[in-house]
Write a protein that binds this ligand. Sequence first.
Ligand code: NAD
Ligand code: GLY
Length: 366
Amino acid sequence: MQTLKVDLGERSYPIHIGEDLLDQPELLAPHIRGRQVAIISNETVAPLYLERLTRSLAQFSVVSVVLPDGEAFKTWETLQLIFDGLLTARHDRRTTVIALGGGVIGDMAGFAAACYQRGVDFIQVPTTLLSQVDSSVGGKTGINHPLGKNMVGAFYQPNVVLIDTATLNTLPARELSAGLAEVIKYGLICDEPFLTWLEENVDRLRALDQVALTYAIERSCAAKAAVVGADERETGVRATLNLGHTFGHAIETHMGYGVWLHGEAVAAGTVMALEMSARLGWISEQERDRGIRLFQRAGLPVIPPEEMTEVDFLEHMAIDKKVIDGRLRLVLLRHMGEAVVTDDYPKEVLQATLGADYRALAQLKG
Ligand code: NAD
Ligand code: GLY
């Protein structure tokens, strides 16, 4: 097992990464202050892992709340089901909420923990690649609004993140690819040598090679922990973690939550960010194509939805948490392995990026 740390002073916490950690109660118990525990999961993950996690918590009084599965359920209505479960079981403010599932469960359970009785303890047990490399670390929690993705939420850090890499053995291939989008992101924004490693190992990752997966998760979590430690509330460098997300969130919102997976929308959105960075002359066309090729090899879409017009994109992108005083800031690549957040770009370059021929770019890559 490998343990990393998110360094946030007295709110610092460990990230444990390894195989079959669900069966190791000693990793969770030190982070649970009271007797009550509420495990929040969904109808897909609960039948797979709820019993094992509950067994590891045998010394506590455990209740579970099993939610419907899907991005479309990341809503106020579903959040209310968590509060219903906590109140029905008479959980007090020393309860600990544990998220067992992917990013949707993690974001919702974390937001519920932030709100319940004005804040109770929270633990992340992520079970998708995406949640293991990104959403379980860093304390962003929340729900979607019909007008915008993740628009209602709170920064709320967990006490510990427990990553059992063996849970990925049951993850559908499409979901594994979606997680790879966020893994590739770290290479693009801050770790160019990791891009080379990914090019050499993407097939092992897709084949669920535990050694390769564990390495990719560790390197991704280390990158995320460093960024979060430097800028917890996203006043600066943390925004670079949103490479491709402004375009991607527009795709998710426009298409209807869950139609495109988050990681798929991030992949196509990142290709748009690569294209814009190339149009600005910051990276070469060869470097842009290198990124596109890697997304394709990871099994991810690189062409935005045909039915989305430039106006659609601009309308959705106007509702983005990186908009300040009406100016849309975008995360772009100054170089491969170096991202910047900027509102200093000619409008025509953004227009040209939205109108670019992505089908042709994708075909060039074969
Ligand atoms: P998800 O939570 O919807 O999980 C994907 C699917 O896999 C679901 O059907 C789920 O039930 C299933 N699943 C989960 N674990 C499984 C397992 N081990 N075996 C079989 N099936 C399993 O999606 P996701 O990709 O994990 O997360 C996407 C969400 O995360 C989005 O809402 C996105 O906005 C959010 N997100 C948040 C942050 C953050 O910093 N908080 C960062 C990135 C993404
Ligand atoms: N996923 C972006 C962040 O955590 O900041």
